[in-house]
Ligand binder design. Structure first.
Ligand SMILES: C=C(O[C@H]1C=CC=C(C(=O)O)[C@@H]1O)C(=O)O
Length: 461
């Protein structure tokens, strides 16, 4: 049983202001308390009243959820983005005045966010609100683990701040968020949808397969875009609610920046850290679900023995094993993949466990693993060059790491697939697939259509 020492917010604010004076910095005050069971989506929706950007992360397999409101601090980086982000994060942690007696993973000082797929690709207007890397420390954050809820409040203080004034401001905002009714707005519907240049995409798939046959690469992942017009502004809380309900075994996420929101339900864990325990996932190789149990098992069995899909999958396993070896020991990877069933698809799946060596962090692992051959290809440089040159879209944050990390060496990042960027009453959805030497453009096209389904259906398609 953890003994919780009462500490007032006023005392903590005082402490942080004193630290600001001593160190001539603007430290964060971060304070966590247990609260009554609260619906994270109601909390998320209530933030609309405060006109603040929101962040959301949920692991549907683990009944774990983080809902963030506003930003007490944004870790942003453009060049050498992961290295720079780690430097900023370490400084922030070092200066912060933290009160978190629970130390439950996902509580306390924590940042959530993501990064772009390829920092070398010129950014389009579509993604103008999404920097190369941005991790947000929410001003208010609700963490729900099973039925236990925690509220963390973060605020950046200056040496001239007055604790009473800050305290009043926080109290007012907390009352708005905690007084939420729990009713989520009704979602909009899809009015029209348009595939972006499907014919050209199939041509690019053909060309990629030919390049692979000519040994320019072994695997190249190609993505495409589907544009959607909604009847009204999308209600992000309703979208998240439907994703949670319909997508088991997934990470449901939302990152709102200046009102634009990147949302998705990804089945693909990139890395999870619990102090020195590291988990990763190899997910590549895809088939549809069957209409009956018998058909489903047959499809799964074929997938497990299909040479093309196994090859696609093995590229990922090999690369993750090699990458992990830089920062981890005790790397354990089963010899054979198993089936990972989702609502609309099934994948080949191989879990990876390892122990993180001293002196390394989740930043190192994210940097090393991204992009795995499930999103880039093999070899990495050649496949990325092909994508940069021939893929007719800006992936933005699609296909890149999104997730969170806390100040107690816990965190989790997923690969942001099965996702889309929602801007008011418009959305751009993204889906891709691994191309190998014997890929058929029509089959790959059909596969991407199924991969659009989770997002399309929650948008009312
Ligand atoms: C690129 C995507 O999926 C990747 C992840 C799992 C299986 C994949 C495949 O079988 O092609 C892809 O590599 C996507 O969903 O947009």
């Amino acid at each position: 049983m953890i003994e919780v020492k009462e500490t007032s917010r006023h005392t903590m604010l005082d402490k942080a202001i004193n630290r600001a004076k001593e160190r001539h910095t603007s430290p964060l005050m971060s304070m966590t308390k247990k609260i009554r069971p609260t619906d994270p989506l109601a909390f998320f929706e209530a933030a609309k009243k405060l006109s603040m950007d929101r962040t959301f992360w949920s692991s549907t397999a683990e009944d774990f959820c983080i809902a963030g409101v506003g930003s007490a601090f944004d870790v942003k980086a453009e060049t050498d983005r992961v290295e720079q982000a780690e430097i900023s994060w370490k400084k922030l942690r070092h200066d912060a005045v933290i009160h978190n007696p629970y130390e439950t993973p996902g509580t306390g000082l924590l940042a959530l966010g993501g990064m772009s797929f390829d920092p070398a690709k010129r950014q389009s207007l579509l993604w103008k609100n999404f920097p190369q890397l941005a991790l947000t420390v929410p001003a208010f954050m609700l963490t729900k683990q099973g039925n236990t809820c925690y509220l963390t409040i973060n605020i950046q203080v200056q040496e001239n701040d007055h604790p009473l004034q800050l305290e009043r401001k926080l109290q007012q905002m907390e009352a708005v968020l905690m007084g939420a009714s729990g009713d989520l707005p009704k979602g909009a519907h899809i009015e029209a949808q348009q595939e972006v240049a499907p014919g050209e995409w199939k041509e690019t798939v053909k060309f990629a397969a030919e390049s692979i046959q000519q040994q320019h690469a072994e695997k190249i992942v190609l993505a495409r875009e589907l544009q959607v017009k909604l009847t009204d502004q999308a209600a992000i809380s309703a979208v998240l609610n439907k994703l949670i309900e319909t997508q088991p075994n997934s990470y449901v996420f939302a990152f709102e920046r200046n009102g634009d929101c990147f949302v998705g339900a990804s089945p693909e864990r990139l890395v999870k850290q619990e102090t020195d325990t590291i988990l990763s996932t190899c997910l590549a190789g895809t088939a549809s679900r069957g209409n009956t149990k018998k058909q489903d098992t047959e499809i799964a069995d074929n997938l497990l023995h299909d040479e093309k899909n196994r090859r696609e999958h093995d590229f990922v396993v090999k690369m993750i094993r090699q990458s992990m070896a830089h920062y981890c020991t005790d790397i354990t990877i089963p010899d054979e993949p198993v089936i990972y069933p989702l609502k609309n698809l099934q994948h080949l799946y191989t879990p990876v466990t390892a122990t993180l060596l001293d002196g390394y962090s989740i930043f190192d692992i994210v940097e090393k693993l991204h992009p795995t051959p499930a999103l880039g290809g093999v070899p990495r440089d050649e496949s990325l060059a092909f994508i940069r040159r021939h893929e007719a879209l800006d992936r933005g944050w699609y296909g890149a790491p999104v997730g969170w990390l806390d100040s107690n060496q816990n965190g989790e990042f997923a690969v942001a697939i099965r996702s889309g960027l929602i801007r008011g009453d418009q959305a751009s959805l993204f889906a891709g697939c691994g191309i190998v030497k014997d890929s058929d453009p029509e089959t790959e096209y059909d596969e991407t259509n199924i991969k659009f389904k989770p997002m399309l259906s929650v948008l009312g398609g």
